[in-house]
Design a protein around this ligand. Sequence first.
Ligand code: CP
Length: 327
Amino acid sequence: MPTESQSPYLPFGENNNADWYGKDILSVKQFNRADLEYIFGVAHEMRGMVERVGTFDLLKGKILANLFYEPSTRTASSFMAAMQRLGGSVIAINEVKYSSVSKGESLPDTIRTLESYTDVIVLRHPEVGSAAIAAKAAKKPVINAGDGVGEHPTQALLDLFTIFEELGTGKVDGLTITLLGDLKYGRTVHSLARLLTLFDVQLNYVSPDILPMPKEVMDEVAAKNIPQAEYDSLDKVLPNTDVLYVTRVQKERFENPAEYDKVKGAFVVDPEIMKAAKKEMIVMHPMPRVGEISPEFDDDPRAAYFRQMEYGLYVRMALLAMVLGKA
Ligand code: CP
């Protein structure tokens, strides 16, 4: 992780930042480049503050509801850590089976309940569109932490922040970014591909033939005139790749376990394969991994996936401060 230094992003107030107070964060489609510069500028400041003082009182007295209907390690714990680093507190509902959801309570009623006690709601839910339903029910800001196979906007923001911080601010234009693995069900790659259309990049998709990037996402990328191409092998694209974004084949999304077994080990990134890659490039993964990157690669400086998690803390601190009117 590079050391914290003077912000390479636009100084606050010098872009056309929208007023973020009270806003929902539901989809990457709501952001433009100026928004990203603002968010990453705040995230960069958050990083400096954490390195200097650890925890501070920007959101003292504010409460986050962290409502997770699906399992999570990184998103749930980084939002909790973000709120606590900012001096706020958290109501965490990680096991909805212990809440009134198990008695049949609807998502809108659960959201209305939680906003009675809290200032902002982070929601992960298995159904596409659930975050939008929650936002409609709520007067307080709702942040989408993953809605089924739909979107994971805060992951895409932290992914892009990782690229900025690791490869240099302003250098996203011109990069070749290769998305590898389960592109059909991987909501992180859906959000990241959409967000990258704000930049002048080449997108490559490498996946088993039954797990391609959805047509809907490819159509959106094409509409922005971003070059994209599909491959069934990494060999052709790895030597030119600046960012290799690896994803897990998601067992939980398959109705037929035999189909999962056919593709689960289709691609494995290891030190031998990475000999064909550039020396200055990064390998990312939203995690968890289940064999698609070998642990033997972890000590390679290009392995950015653990640093990527830490960048997520700073981006989520920035988002919480922004929607609560403190950035
Ligand atoms: N990247 C990500 O969403 O990880 P979790 O499922 O652990 O939150």
